[in-house]
Design a protein around this ligand. Structure first.
Ligand code: FE2
Ligand code: FE2
Length: 245
């Protein structure tokens, strides 16, 4: 197994990048865990299951932390707090409004989608960090399981009420996508540094998100239009932002 001393030879920028990305993974899992606990608190009938999901998310964070330590990676908490703060304040607001569905949408469509897109993209380069492939693959399998549950819940809850669902998805997701999509733009250079593709990650997230909408009952064209409508202002904003730098 590669030792911490071996990792000291990794160029600084690559080291900084993996510290930031692992920070997002470790502390993002804490956010995921928190959201499931808040959801459990709002719907008693699902509390045992959602509390279990919260424990699974906390465990993912623990696995990533252990794997980081074994590879000389220091998850960057300050960076993660800064990127995730905006999302956490939205989550707190949905909880204060007792809006279980909005929390389910943010969790299923934003938090889980981001985890799935980044963990899938990480797997091909995981061999560079011994012990990470196994835990990211396990976490990925469990995130897919969580998404399946949320989709099933939303499909039943909004059966024959697609307009209502679309309004809620727009309400809950536009801000969420602004936050997470912005984070994806911000981390693109770090992804590149460790050999991941920012474009692949963003593409995987948009594609995954579209498929989620289809599974809840949107027709493909409508789902695509909905996703483009939500993501395009973000791309414009960041492209304009890049040009003015
Ligand atoms: Fe997780
Ligand atoms: Fe999950």
């Amino acid at each position: 197994m590669q030792s911490v001393a071996d990792c000291a030879a990794v160029p600084l920028l690559e080291q900084e990048s993996i510290n930031k990305l692992m920070g997002l993974a470790v502390f993002g899992e804490k956010v995921a865990s928190k959201i499931y606990l808040l959801m459990a608190d709002l719907k008693e009938e699902f509390a045992p299951l959602l509390t279990k999901f919260a424990r699974m998310e906390a465990q993912h964070g623990g696995w990533f932390l252990d794997a980081s330590r074994k590879n000389g990676i220091e998850p960057d908490k300050e960076f993660a707090d800064n990127e995730l703060g905006y999302l956490i304040s939205q989550v707190d607001q949905h909880y204060a409004d007792k809006n279980f569905e909005a929390l389910a949408i943010v969790q299923g469509f934003i938090v889980e989608s981001l985890a799935i897109a980044t963990y899938e993209s990480f797997l091909p380069i995981a061999h560079k960090y011994p012990g990470t492939h196994e835990v990211f693959q396990k976490a990925l399998d469990e995130e897919n399981y969580h998404v399946d549950w949320i989709l099933r819940y939303l499909r039943l809850r909004f059966f024959d009420a697609h307009e209502e669902f679309q309004k809620l998805a727009e309400y809950a997701n536009i801000q969420g996508i602004d936050c997470i999509g912005g984070t994806m733009m911000n981390i693109a250079e770090y992804l590149d540094k460790i050999g991941m593709s920012g474009a692949d990650c963003a593409g995987a997230m948009m594609d995954g998100y579209t498929q989620l909408l289809e599974k809840v009952g949107f027709e493909q064209r409508r789902a695509t239009k909905h996703v483009v409508n939500m993501f395009m202002p973000l791309f414009h904003k960041y492209r304009r932002g890049e040009k003015t730098k």
